[in-house]
Write a protein that binds this ligand. Structure first.
Ligand SMILES: Cc1cc2nc3c(=O)[nH]c(=O)nc-3n(C[C@H](O)[C@H](O)[C@H](O)COP(=O)(O)OP(=O)(O)OC[C@H]3O[C@@H](n4cnc5c(N)ncnc54)[C@H](O)[C@@H]3O)c2cc1C
Length: 484
């Protein structure tokens, strides 16, 4: 029984269905996908919770697409990173990764070739700052969770301009916050993947609405194996038995959903208030208090004409915006040769999440004036807005501030019949679609290990006692089959 029909819940269910279980996914909303959820407006146009990019460094997502037979739905773009100029309106600067060079040389080549953003001495100083990470590897990366990106830059003697030119954009893209808040560990994890894997930073767009093009095939796959998906089924209380284990999920309609095993694949913010009092003293659960979702806003503007955009993700490097794309060019289902639809991530959004849609659109238009000086005017006197949609997520992915990595829980909880999945749970891919899918796979793997019928699993009880748990479930497939 799984609460949460985002990518983590669907991934857990998919991999447990593969292992012979009959998962039931309970999703509170009437749409699957969670942070990749999307809707259609009265014209049939899609608007989304977030502009989503898939990276080459997402092996579990790519395996999943392969297993579902939907590889062709990923629209891979040129291997480049494109940044708007901070000083010259309408100018862009590219980092092009040559296809004929393997990692890390393709990345080094791309950085050395770009002279618009950093000078050669600044690149050298940044590379020197990174030396400890290159020499000491993962232990060093983990230690950097105690400082922000800005603090790390200062400590390593990296010029402040490197922070301003590159890392404001990167921090906003990674976690919707600025580098003076983001943990340096987060940046090093991303850089590591991008520099170690030849295609790590290559980007793809899904070819249409995520609930239809990705979540539906996941749901169909597990349903074909005996699973079930119920939308509009909101978990309201976790009922316990006399031993402190889960006895059932009480739903908001008053019904009690029962099963052999329970998984929460909800985001950390709605999970915390649902944790039973009896579990709260356990550090595994109490430390979740340190994880808090960050606000973000996703803006869609449909224009009456085609703007001069490219078929790629763009880093806006503007104060209020993070990344954006012309979805009428980048995404097959949203294609329109005559008119643009810009999808833009508005971040940091703390000060804006309570503001009206009109205010947010007006602020976005002012930023767009700089990005499209010949085509967009804030007063709408150039390209006109046909319509817009603003989707606010007051608590999105967990805010990756220093020291919060320690609070991320493993998928196996101290309660023997309760597991966690979700991008915030411990896995090596941060809060991302890859992290969500991988967390589901790890939760399925933990369940398979604990309930494989060949041994009685250890109960990791809050009081440290080991209790017997009946292995009632069908024997799953070998655990190795679940690994990414
Ligand atoms: C604006 C934006 C842009 C993003 N861009 C990218 C990107 O480019 N690349 C990338 O990799 N990642 C990106 N992400 C992050 C990515 O979307 C998430 O990391 C991932 O989708 C999280 O999946 P999840 O299953 O862990 O959580 P969620 O998607 O939040 O799913 C949790 C589910 O639980 C449900 N739920 C909540 N409470 C209950 C309850 N009481 N009972 C039952 N169900 C409940 C929710 O409705 C939801 O469906 C972006 C996120 C946002 C918001």
């Amino acid at each position: 029984m799984y609460a949460g029909g985002g990518l983590a819940g669907l991934s857990t269910a998919k991999y447990l269905a593969d292992a012979g279980h009959q998962p039931v996914v309970l999703e509170a909303r009437d749409v699957l996908g969670g942070k990749v959820a999307a809707w259609r407006d009265e014209d049939g146009d899609v608007y989304e919770t977030g502009l989503h990019i898939f990276f080459g460094a997402y092996p579990n997502v790519q395996n999943l697409f392969g297993e579902l037979g939907i590889n062709d739905r990923l629209q891979w773009k040129e291997h480049s990173m494109i940044f708007a100029s901070r000083d010259i309106p309408g100018q862009f600067s590219r980092f092009d990764f040559p296809p004929w060079l393997p990692a890390p040389w393709n990345g080094i080549f791309a950085i050395l070739r770009n002279n618009d953003m950093l000078t050669f001495p600044e690149k050298v100083q940044f590379a020197l700052g990174l030396l400890p990470a290159i020499i000491q590897g993962q232990p060093y990366v983990e230690k950097q969770d105690d400082k922000t990106v800005t603090e790390w830059m200062r400590q390593q003697g990296v010029p402040a301009r490197v922070n301003d030119e590159v890392f404001i954009a990167m921090a906003k893209a990674l976690n919707f916050i600025n580098p003076d808040e983001l943990s340096m560990q987060c940046v090093l994890i991303a850089l590591n993947r991008f520099l170690q894997e030849t295609h790590g930073s290559k980007m793809a767009f899904l070819d249409g609405s995520p609930p239809e093009r990705l979540c539906a095939p996941m749901a169909e796959y597990m349903k074909a194996k005996g699973g079930e998906v119920r939308t509009g089924a909101r978990l309201q209380r976790i009922e316990l038995d006399s031993g402190g284990r889960v006895a059932g999920f009480r739903l908001s309609d008053g019904s009690l959903a029962t099963a052999d095993l329970y998984v929460s694949a909800m985001p950390v913010d709605p999970l915390k208030p649902l944790l039973p009092e009896a579990w709260r003293a356990e550090p595994y659960f109490s430390k979740l208090d340190a994880l808090v979702g960050v606000p973000v806003i996703n803006v869609h503007i449909w224009f009456d004409q085609k703007l001069s955009t490219v078929d790629h993700l763009l880093f806006s490097r503007s104060d209020l915006l993070s990344v954006y794309a012309d979805m009428s060019t980048c995404c097959k289902e949203y294609a329109d040769e005559e008119r643009s639809m810009l999808e833009l991530v508005f971040a940091p959004a703390e000060a804006w999440i309570g503001r009206s849609d009109e205010d947010i659109i007006a602020a976005t238009m002012t930023e767009l004036e700089r990005l499209f000086p010949g085509e967009v005017a804030a007063d709408g006197s150039k390209a006109s807005i046909r319509k817009y949609k603003v989707v606010k997520t007051p608590r999105s992915v967990y805010k990756t501030v220093p020291n919060c990595d320690l609070a991320r829980p493993s998928q196996r909880s101290p309660i023997s019949n309760f597991y966690l999945a979700g991008d915030f749970t411990k896995q090596r891919y941060l809060a991302s679609m890859e992290g969500a899918v991988f967390s589901g796979k790890l939760a399925a793997q933990a369940i398979a290990q604990d309930w494989n019928g060949r041994h009685v699993p250890q109960q990791h009880s809050a009081d440290g006692a080991s209790a017997r748990v009946d292995a009632k479930l069908p024997a799953p497939q070998p655990v190795a089959a679940l690994q990414g």
